[in-house]
Design a protein around this ligand. Structure first.
Ligand code: ADP
Ligand code: MG
Length: 328
């Protein structure tokens, strides 16, 4: 899979799941027979759900997670003609509950765009198209194509205002919204919250490399060991700097799984909205450990664009997060 990059693209990205490996805590010990695992295609990628429970309980929990992913997809996919995002992209103004998926994702995308100094931008889609990430034969865009695309990009057009109590009014202001860098993280949080609210625990959710854990992987053990795949594929996966505690999330953004190839060169599916050019700063991947999967998702993309130096400055104002930068 090369040039499907939006979260809702129909093709599967098996490789994305391999970005992380849940390192079974056991090593020499017998594997826990109560560890149930499920894997299924959703949101243009693959979801994995692992839970320490009996089969019936784990299956009920998995169904709940799958429903949460479907709900997010129905609301945020640009491939679903009547999704809220598709309607916004057609120029409609929408009134919706302020705790709905679209409201949460749009608010946090705007906040991240501002905090990142425009490195993160949920309106990059015209640039994605210009480079061939949305179909057709990828080619280097002409200066005119690039400047036209750049002109239509800009998260500041996105307007979110308060309506009646508990409601907001939102419009894209002529921009084209694409929440591909944040929606999977939000979907993981929604599934996580619903699972916890229903009393489920001791599980790991992995939606295309967006992971969140709850409870513990085995009795008497609190932490989950997770490893990040080496972007070059030459080195073995490396463990995160620390295990994940219950409730924590981690996500990875990289150029090695989704890219287009033009004249034998690979171009990353993460584009710097300030220049219109796919990121090429020597980084292979950035992983972020954060309190929620939406933060981990948005910030891993942001840091991939910012690079190590500006990324460090961004992190200094986001104390709850830990980042791992890996070179190409
Ligand atoms: P993945 O979707 O592989 O998990 P990311 O979370 O990093 O990876 O999201 C990348 C997707 O986000 C791209 O495919 C594109 O849809 C969108 N995108 C690309 N560049 C940016 C950017 N600078 N800011 C926000 N979104 C971006
Ligand atoms: Mg992301």
């Amino acid at each position: 899979m090369k040039n499907h990059s939006n979260f809702s693209a129909p093709a599967l990205a098996i490789a994305a799941v391999a970005a992380f490996a849940f390192l079974s805590a056991c090593g020499q010990r017998e594997p826990d027979t109560r560890m149930q695992s499920f894997s299924w295609p959703t949101m243009g990628t693959v979801a994995e759900f692992t839970m320490r429970a009996d089969g019936v309980t784990a299956e009920r929990a998995q169904k709940l997670a799958a429903n949460a992913f479907r709900l997010v997809e129905t609301n945020l996919s640009v491939f679903v003609a009547d999704s809220a995002v598709s309607r916004l992209n057609r120029g409609e103004t929408i009134r919706l509950a302020s705790d709905s998926p679209l409201a949460n994702v749009a608010r946090f995308a705007r906040e991240t765009a501002e905090a990142s100094g425009d490195a993160f931008d949920p309106t990059v889609n015209p640039l994605m198209r210009a480079w061939g990430f949305r179909g057709g034969t990828p080619s280097i865009p002409s200066a005119t194509t690039l400047s036209n695309a750049l002109e239509s990009v800009g998260w500041r057009r996105l307007s979110i205002g308060n309506a009646a109590s508990g409601e907001i009014v939102i419009s894209a202001g002529g921009a084209e919204l694409d929440f591909g860098a944040i929606a999977k993280g939000y979907a993981v949080d929604l599934a996580y919250d619903r699972l916890v609210a229903n009393g489920f625990t001791d599980f790991l959710i992995n939606l295309g490399g967006n992971i969140r854990v709850c409870g513990s992987p085995e009795s008497g053990r609190k932490d989950w060991n997770v490893a990040v795949r080496d972007p070059s594929g030459r080195r073995p996966p490396s463990p995160l700097p620390r295990p994940l505690r219950s409730g924590e999330a981690v996500a990875t953004s990289g150029s090695y799984e989704r890219f287009v190839e033009i004249d034998g060169r690979r171009y990353s599916h993460i584009i710097d909205p300030r220049t219109g050019i796919p990121v090429d700063n020597g980084l292979g991947s950035v992983s972020v450990i954060a309190p929620t999967a939406m933060e981990a998702d948005a910030y891993s993309t942001t840091l991939f664009v910012l690079g190590r130096e500006a990324g460090a400055a961004f992190l200094s104002t986001h104390h709850a997060c830990t980042a791992v930068f890996i070179g190409q």
